[in-house]
Ligand binder design. Structure first.
Ligand code: 6LW
Length: 493
């Protein structure tokens, strides 16, 4: 089977996978994006289709006030007895974390949502034992950090009927690596033993997957001395895939294990696309799980022919008043900018390829204060775009860069007629352009480092799409001839 890594491009971190019959299902973190928790399905583990979202409609949680890297973290997807389960953390700032369980009989939805009270920490997971008992695990601050380091994995029985944690809660493991924070636990049963995998080293360069095993889900766990079982930190900062960790395991109908893990594709030490989902061949022997047997690392095909992108539109922190129809997007009015933590009138696609082009045409703004644009958005403090506004009967177009929260106008011009706006991304640049009816042009280019996670911080990646700001009126804005095309991602080669 040919791999087309990454199997989910653009912001799709913390992958979790399960199989029902011959279909595999992947859930990934969605942070403050609406709709939340995309569910992708595949029958060959290589080609994936988006079939729905866990958090949408009645199951949606309003995220006003959340930073774009807060919100929905690290869902785990499991299937038991005809029901799909997704558990996830709702993270808000440094202090607030709550835990939810969602269920569905059809993974495309609708999903129900229930709070799990008293679940400490982040990265919840469920494990169904042979007798149907459900075990819940998660990562929390260590009760005794002096003895063990900063984090620990805890396990407790989970009652499906009441969404309640029941029975004794045990801190079962503090990780394999010396005093690093341990997170992303998942438990499996193989060869009569319980195997716990987790992530350690932080979600940057030192990320990794480690493991332990036990005779019972509650322990005692013995650290797998081969840990870390998967990491790219020893491959160097020029490695095409880095920061590999936070994984999950699934078995094919024939009993072959496969792993999924997050990773990034930096260029010159900076990645803009977010943490993406990679597929990892595995084996499982008497020593336990083996990730990328033989190779020891995740590989990408050199000649990566990637299918055309089917844009999945997302909004920030809640639904927007928008209509998307074959190349036309109609966006309602809002006074909010992309620097604010409400729901601006913005719709974006995840940037999935380093080489891509996003284009849209807008008519001259007619409403006082109205601003129409297209943006590459990393987060509230780092985003760059093309914005058209009316001024004394003319249409003024600016290329606006927000960096560390400060706005700079990179170029400005007066354009006649409707304005064609374009963002062209390349491995090391983002080019922003607008052309008017008479051929007038404004443009500016920025290095990709200006929109990277290394510069902007956080856990997400670039979204690209139209924004309508500056007014509270009823007049929607029309973006026509909208297209997002990906070129060959030659930096993969
Ligand atoms: C995720 C956790 C992590 O819950 O980042 O650093 C969080 N590691 O595993 C958000 O993706």
């Amino acid at each position: 089977m040919g791999l087309s890594n990454p199997i989910l491009r653009g912001v799709h971190p913390d992958p979790s996978i399960c199989r029902v019959g011959d279909a595999y299902y992947l859930a990934t973190s969605s942070f403050a994006m609406h709709p939340g928790i995309p569910i992708h399905r595949s029958r060959d583990l290589s080609t994936w289709e988006l079939i729905g979202h866990v958090l949408t409609g009645d199951s949606w949680i309003p995220l006003e006030g959340f930073d774009s890297s807060d919100g929905v973290w690290a869902p785990t997807i499991r299937h038991h007895d005809g029901v799909f389960y997704v558990v996830f953390t709702l993270a808000h700032g440094r202090t607030g974390a709550s835990t939810y369980v969602c269920t569905a009989t059809d993974p495309a939805g609708p999903w129900t949502r229930d709070a799990i009270t008293g679940a400490e920490g982040i990265d919840p997971s469920l494990f169904f034992d042979d007798d149907g008992t459900c075990w819940f695990s998660a990562a929390r601050d260590a009760v005794d950090p002096g003895a063990y380091g900063p984090g620990e994995i805890w396990v407790q029985q989970f009652d499906l009927a009441t969404s309640a944690l029941v029975g004794p809660r045990r801190a079962v493991w503090h990780g394999a690596l010396a005093r690093t924070w341990v997170e992303a636990p998942h438990i499996y049963k193989a060869n009569g033993e319980y195997h716990l995998i987790a992530a350690e080293g932080g979600t940057e360069y030192n990320h990794s997957i480690t493991a332990a095993r036990a005779p019972h889900p509650l322990g005692p766990y013995t650290t797998d001395p081969r840990s870390p079982l998967l990491t790219h930190r020893h491959l160097g900062r020029d490695s095409p895939i880095q920061n590999v960790g936070h994984g999950d395991v699934v078995w094919s109908p024939e009993g072959t294990p496969w792993g999924v893990a997050l990773g990034v594709r930096p260029v010159d030490g900076h990645h803009t696309l977010g943490r993406e989902t990679f597929l990892v061949p595995m084996s499982w022997d008497g020593d336990g799980p083996v990730f990328a047997p033989g190779e020891g690392a995740i590989v990408m095909d050199a000649d990566d022919d990637v299918d055309p992108i089917e844009p999945a539109w997302v909004a920030l922190r809640g639904p927007v008043d928008a209509r998307v129809d074959a190349g036309e997007i109609i966006l309602g009015a809002s006074p909010l900018t992309l620097a604010q933590t409400g729901t601006p009138s913005f719709l974006g696609v995840r940037q999935t390829m380093r080489t891509s082009t996003f284009e849209a045409t807008v008519d001259p703004p007619t409403v006082e204060g109205q601003r129409l644009g297209i943006f590459a958005f990393q987060n509230e403090k780092y985003h760059v775009g093309v914005v058209a506004m009316g001024r004394d009967g003319d249409t003024v177009v600016q290329i606006i860069a927000v960096s560390a929260g400060t706005e700079t106008v990179l170029d400005e011009g007066t354009l006649a007629g409707s304005v064609r706006m374009r963002i062209t991304t390349a491995p090391t640049t983002y080019l922003f352009e607008a052309t008017g009816g008479g051929g007038e042009r404004v443009s500016a280019s920025i290095p990709h480092t200006a929109l990277s996670t290394e510069t902007g911080g956080g856990f997400v990646g670039v979204l690209i799409g139209p924004w309508h700001g500056g007014t509270t009126g009823d007049d929607p804005a029309v973006f026509s001839d909208v297209s997002y095309r990906s070129g060959t991602d030659d930096a993969n080669a």
